[in-house]
Ligand binder design. Sequence first.
Ligand code: SF4
Length: 68
Amino acid sequence: MMECELLENCGFFKKYAAVNEKACANYRETYCEGKGPVRKECRRKQYRDAHSAPPPDDMLPNGKMLFS
Ligand code: SF4
């Protein structure tokens, strides 16, 4: 299955991929690479669809905000 079309430009990974490689790899596998039904539940994607704008970089794929 194809990965999320937004992955290359996803602000969350751009900001945090180097900071916390392991956590980001887990999020990517779970949400972005289509391994399991949870992919459809990416809150970052849902936010973008609802607001026609990208979510804050600090929003996790599960919808929680870092540093809030
Ligand atoms: S976090 Fe969500 S929006 Fe970003 S690349 Fe992964 S599935 Fe797509």
